[in-house]
Design a protein around this ligand. Structure first.
Ligand code: SF4
Length: 683
């Protein structure tokens, strides 16, 4: 179209946690094109196929434009006034009859920081419970817990740009080429420029094929692998002794524990060659500026927090965090704002900035400004919400921007929980498998239609700006929460997103220097950002670790087996993950031209296993676990290890999470998506 665009709006990508800065070009009220911003510090003029091209969902024919209320078993269009009245009246009735803890809210990375801030304020004040959680429970809760326990703060330690200085990348449990493409490209460029690369991943990914060492470790064996590497680092003295003596605790206990993790033991548990494990340890141990980059292959395990802690040990043994010139440890957050949702206190045990609800002084500070007492008892985590609903203790679940039936594990259990509730409310762009169980569905605005901020994976606050108006009556989660609160007779304050961030900053020392005004004037800012004249701390822990004693805590954690192992009945291991052109439940990307590149999901299966099962490429197979079954098309792929299969969860008609188990990380409740024992049949 040769006509000029009428407006260009600079905003932040709403897909993955890289947080690329994008220019959205609009003509006659419709998005004409999206281009990456050349001067952006995060993406430097790059963007992937999702951020650039997956935007036509905004005007999809089946976009929700009016509220829906279930009447006579059917979801029927209603006015906003009616929908808000139903939600408010029923929340009040449930709260008054069963108590505030009978109501739970699931917030999400789809919401801005300001929406997450308002959501937790709404639940803690208008309802009176801490039972709010967000989708980080399903992905990086072990990062928050593990990094906080080891280093004192729940964020990656260094900015993305430090990848440009490293001489050795240890990439563990992540496939950024597909899930975080701009980071994947940065890693590839650095390796092509001479950095060494160690990949720990059960699949041979594009970066694994490029690696000096690929440890194709068995799913669920991470702790054994990391303890084995720690064993070699200590045995061969690849240690930063000054750093360990002056800035850490727990070395003697760790050394005692990993004494047992000889490479041959770790090799046996992980099914990798001991010589490869030693090579990996030596590459990491001899590097001047090693960096660790990791993803959900580390966290989504029954011992995911132990995985994070034992991986962090490796950085600490080398003095690779908290020292000038270090490159640190970077958790690749899965979703656009999963860091921010947690930062804003959409968590059952933390107020914004990871301030504990159990701390009376913290509660008093929030209560003084909010004019409402903050409940003391930590609330329910997402998996506990479902258990409590089935037990009759939770009577209402309010979901913001998540399709929990498609995205959460053991979907049959989630459906049972929703059926057990007296009230299910969801905010979404489209009808979903969760909406099928909802009493009220509220049409929400997308990231291209709202105002606020996101926090990306390296702790950068970035502005989100509306490029187009939402269709019909769709509204931002910010406005929806205000309307519900008003109907309940509660004034949440914070009239605008800018007000909400200002209020959050006034209550949260690590965000005290942040405001929309500053972000508009100066561009992205890292947290901690404690004062208005501070630029934000791109590198953490340079003076002291944020632990109570100021030292990093090495963790002596033994390997424990995953929740499930293959056996005679279920002889294969299913690993789930993401694919390049789609995003999470696919609700947005499946409604864009990206769907033409990948219109359906397939089960990746090693050719040796396929031959054993008499399965040919393209055949229909039934995959069953102890928890459910689905039918998929087989795709023969030698990049998955024999004995393992891989599938993504982007398609509702292939409900991969019907298969995944209820096993969760013992410390955080994060589901074990990465290890499910399955069998495969051709009938
Ligand atoms: Fe960047 Fe991720 Fe968006 Fe792709 S999906 S453009 S890598 S933020």
């Amino acid at each position: 179209d040769p006509r000029p665009v009428t407006t260009t709006t600079t905003t932040t990508c709403g897909y993955c946690g890289v947080g690329c800065t994008l220019d959205v070009h609009v003509r006659d009220g419709e998005i004409a094109a999206i281009t990456p911003v050349r001067s952006a510090p995060v993406n430097r003029g790059h963007a992937c196929i999702k951020g650039r091209f997956a935007h036509t969902f905004v005007r999809a024919d089946d976009r929700l434009t009016a509220p829906l209320i279930r009447r006579g078993g059917q979801l029927l269009e209603a006015t906003w006034d009616d929908a808000i009245t139903v939600v408010a009246d029923r929340l009040v009735a449930i709260r008054d009859r069963h108590g505030p803890d009978a109501i739970a809210m699931i917030s999400s990375a789809r919401a801005t920081n300001e929406e997450n801030y308002l959501a937790q304020k709404f639940l803690r004040t208008a309802i009176g419970t801490n039972s709010i959680d967000n989708c980080s429970r399903l992905c990086h809760a072990p990062s928050a817990a593990g990094l906080t326990a080891s280093l004192g703060l729940a964020g990656g330690t260094n900015p993305l740009d430090d990848l440009d200085r490293t001489d050795c990348i240890l990439l563990a449990g992540a496939n950024p080429t597909e899930a975080h493409p701009v980071v994947g490209a940065r890693i590839k460029q650095r390796v092509l420029a001479g950095a060494r690369l160690v990949v720990i991943d059960p699949r041979r990914t594009e970066l694994a094929a490029l690696a000096d060492v690929h440890l194709q470790a068995r799913p669920g064996s991470n702790v054994a692998v990391f303890n084995g590497i720690a064993h070699v680092l200590i045995a061969e003295d690849h240690l930063d002794h000054d750093f360990l003596n002056q800035r850490t605790t727990g070395f003697a206990e760790l050394a005692r524990l990993v004494e047992d993790y000889r490479p041959d033991l770790a090799s046996e548990i992980a099914d990798v060659r001991a010589a490869d494990l030693i090579d990996a340890a030596r590459l990491f141990g001899r590097a001047q500026r090693p960096v660790i980059v990791y993803g959900l292959g580390i966290t989504e395990h029954a011992h995911g927090t132990d995985g994070v802690r034992t991986l962090t040990n490796l950085a600490l043994l080398r003095g690779a965090v908290g020292t000038p010139g270090c490159c640190g440890i970077l958790p690749l957050r899965g979703q656009n704002n999963v860091q921010g949702a947690s930062d804003m206190g959409a968590l059952p045990d933390f107020l914004p900035g990871y301030q504990p609800v159990t701390d009376a002084a913290v509660r008093d500070r929030f209560a003084a400004l909010w004019g409402h007492a903050v409940p003391e008892r930590p609330g329910l985590r997402i998996p506990q919400m479902f258990d409590a609903a089935i037990a009759g203790e939770v009577r209402a679940i309010h979901v913001i921007g998540e399709d929990i039936v498609q995205s959460d594990p053991n979907a049959a259990h989630v459906r049972a929980a929703l059926r057990a509730c007296d009230l299910v409310v969801c905010h979404d762009l489209f009808s979903s498998r969760t909406a099928e169980h909802a009493d009220v569905v509220l049409p929400a605005a997308s990231f291209l239609e709202k105002d606020g901020t996101f926090v990306n994976f390296d702790r950068r606050f970035q502005r989100v700006r509306p490029a187009v108006t939402p269709p019909g009556g769709a509204a931002s989660d910010f406005d929806i929460l205000h309307r519900i609160a008003n109907a309940m007779g509660v004034d949440l304050g914070c009239r605008t997103p800018a007000d909400a961030l200002a209020e959050c900053a006034s209550l949260t020392p690590v965000f005290a220097g942040l405001s929309h005004q500053r972000l508009d004037a100066e561009g992205p800012l890292h947290w901690p950002c404690r004062t208005l004249d501070q630029p934000g701390e791109a590198v953490l822990h340079l003076d002291r670790f944020a632990t109570p004693d100021g030292r990093a805590a090495l963790a002596a954690r033994p390997y424990l087996p995953p929740g499930e192992q293959p056996d005679g009945e279920f002889p294969y291991l299913l690993v789930t993950g993401r694919r390049l052109v789609h995003y999470n439940t696919g609700s947005m990307t499946r409604r864009t031209p990206n769907a033409e590149l990948l219109p359906a999901e397939a089960l990746e299966l090693h050719p040796v296993d396929a031959a054993h099962l008499h399965v040919v490429d393209g055949a229909e197979v039934t995959v069953a676990s102890r928890w459910g079954r689905v039918t998929l098309t087989a795709h023969l792929n030698p990049d998955v290890a024999p004995g393992q299969v891989f599938a993504a969860f982007h398609f509702p008609d292939v409900a991969v999470n019907d298969l995944t188990s209820p096993h969760t990380d013992t410390a955080t409740g994060c589901p074990e998506y990465k290890v499910t024992a399955v069998r495969i049949r051709t009938e």
